[in-house]
Write a protein that binds this ligand. Structure first.
Ligand SMILES: CCCCCCCC/C=C\CCCCCCCC(=O)SCCNC(=O)CCNC(=O)[C@H](O)C(C)(C)COP(=O)(O)OP(=O)(O)OC[C@H]1O[C@@H](n2cnc3c(N)ncnc32)[C@H](O)[C@@H]1OP(=O)(O)O
Length: 190
């Protein structure tokens, strides 16, 4: 069997330590892949403990509704290769929409957040003005999801970006296209 090649990612929100993920991430694979994800999660939580970051006080880093949410544990990674951002997230039992499944608004928020991180980390401040989510499969509560956010193109103040949410085995839960706009500079009144 051919071994996958590896590319460094960075655990951005938590530390500048490097983590390892395959370059073909996250493309529907194998026990080996799931093992990597599990190790990565353990590492993320170890780091959080080491830095004394519990979900309750993650707001010290960011008051962001997704990243500080006690029901959504996020390990955030940024791919060195192209600046795309990966969130490894565990969704708790109280993010319920349909019985047993994640609320679609929470799915949208998680996608928006991950893609926004990719946009914010790659350039000037911009805000989401459009978010279009295609829901492909219901996301079970108490499960782990992999979210990927990437930039498609930037044209002046506008950036078109995309996001995908996967089961760790690669099955697609949801995908989104987003438009970001860099706010016009408001001149102070004299
Ligand atoms: C910096 C450091 C970062 C560090 C990062 C650390 C790691 C990351 C950590 C944590 C990540 C957290 C990430 C969370 C973030 C989540 C994202 C959100 O939830 S954002 C909240 C929801 N969005 C809003 O509230 C926007 C509301 N809208 C506005 O305020 C305005 O629309 C604004 C300021 C964005 C633009 O207004 P104007 O007045 O500056 O610009 P105008 O002239 O109206 O539009 C410019 C161009 O854009 C088009 N445009 C505007 N809105 C559009 C729309 N909805 N659809 C299509 N086109 C639109 C217009 O047609 C125009 O295009 P033409 O230049 O004429 O070609």
């Amino acid at each position: 069997m051919q071994k996958p090649s590896f590319q460094p990612y960075y655990v951005k929100a938590l530390s500048s330590e490097q983590a390892q993920l395959p370059t073909w991430f996250p493309s529907g694979h194998s026990e080996e892949f799931q093992l990597i994800l599990r190790k990565l999660f353990e590492r993320g939580f170890r780091l959080m403990r080491k830095l004394n970051i519990q979900k309750g006080n993650l707001s010290n880093i960011s008051k962001n509704f997704v990243l500080s949410n006690p029901q959504i544990h996020v390990v955030m990674l940024r791919r060195a290769l192209d600046g795309s951002v990966i969130y490894l997230a565990r969704v708790g039992s109280q993010v319920q929409g349909p019985s047993g499944f994640m609320h679609g608004g929470a799915t949208a928020a998680l996608l928006d957040d991950c893609v926004s991180s990719a946009v914010l980390l790659s350039g000037p401040f911009a805000m989401t003005v459009q978010l279009n989510v295609q829901y492909r499969k219901p996301v079970p509560l108490n499960s782990v999801v992999v979210v990927e956010g990437y930039i498609d193109q930037t044209n002046g103040r506008k950036t078109i970006a995309g996001g995908k949410m996967y089961h760790p085995d690669g099955a697609l839960y949801a995908e989104a296209t987003l438009l970001f706009v860099k706010p016009r500079l408001v001149e102070p009144k004299m």
